[in-house]
Design a protein around this ligand. Structure first.
Ligand code: VGL
Ligand code: ZN
Length: 198
C-alpha cells in the first residue's frame, strides 16, 4: 500500500500568539518534521480565508467568537478572524518543513467554511484531494496537525468514509477542546474507522 502523510494547518494563527491559538500547537512541529522522513508523499494543508470570511464572528453583527450559528449548510462555530490569505498568521509555522509534494488550501470560498482537507463544510464541494491521492495510488494516510477536534477530525472522518486506511497520530496533534469537542472528535474518528495512534 502506498502511504501519504497529511499535515493539517500547522500555521501561525493556530500556534501560541496566533489569532486562534491552540495550546501547545507549536510543540508538535519537531515531531512532524521528523515523521516526514518516513513518507514518500507529504501533503500540507493551509487554512486560507479571504478577509471577511463567513466563519468569522466579525462578519456577523451581534455575534462573538465561539458562538454557534446556523448557516445554509448547517451549524457553524464562529471564529476570531484567522488565517487571512497572505497574512503572517496564515503562513506555516516558521520551523515547519514545507518541502512536501502538495499544499492544499481550503476555506477560500467566502460563504462556506472548510475544516476538512477533502470537502467544504457543505460536505459536498470537493477540494480535489481525493482525486490527487487516488490517481496516485495512495490508499493509506497518516494525519497530524491542528486542530485535532476540528480540521484533523473532519479530514480523518472524510478520509475514512472515502475508503482510505487512516491513522491519526494523536501525539502529533493538539486540540482546541471547547465543550468536550476533543473527546467527541476522538469518538467520531474511531466510529468512522480511523485508527488513533500515539
Ligand atoms: C480550524 C477552526 C477554524 C482548524 C480552522 O484548522 O482546525 N479550526 N478554522
Ligand atoms: Zn479557519
Amino acid at each position: 500500500m502506498t502511504s501519504a502523510l497529511i499535515v493539517i494547518d500547522v500555521q501561525n494563527d493556530f500556534c501560541p500568539g496566533g489569532a486562534l491559538a491552540v495550546s501547545g500547537g507549536n510543540d508538535i512541529v519537531t515531531g512532524i518534521n521528523a515523521l516526514m522522513d518516513d513518507f514518500s508523499t507529504v501533503i500540507l494543508t493551509q487554512d486560507w480565508h479571504p478577509a471577511g470570511h463567513s466563519s468569522f464572528a466579525s462578519s456577523h453583527p451581534g455575534q462573538a467568537p465561539m458562538d454557534l450559528i446556523t448557516m445554509p449548510y448547517g451549524p457553524q462555530v464562529l471564529w476570531p478572524d484567522h488565517c487571512v490569505q497572505g497574512t503572517a498568521g496564515a503562513a506555516f509555522h516558521p520551523d515547519l518543513r514545507t518541502d512536501g509534494d502538495l499544499i492544499i488550501r481550503k476555506g477560500y470560498n467566502p460563504a462556506i467554511d472548510s475544516y476538512s482537507a477533502f470537502f467544504e463544510n457543505d460536505q459536498t464541494t470537493p477540494t480535489g484531494l481525493e482525486g490527487y491521492l487516488k490517481s496516485r495510488g495512495i490508499t493509506r494516510l497518516t494525519m497530524v496537525g491542528l486542530a485535532l477536534d476540528f480540521c484533523v477530525n473532519y479530514s480523518a472522518v472524510d478520509a475514512a468514509r472515502l475508503g482510505f486506511d487512516v491513522t491519526v497520530r494523536e501525539d502529533l496533534t493538539r486540540a482546541i477542546d471547547m465543550n468536550g469537542s476533543r473527546d467527541a472528535a476522538l469518538t467520531a474518528m474511531q466510529d468512522a474507522g480511523a485508527r488513533i495512534a500515539v
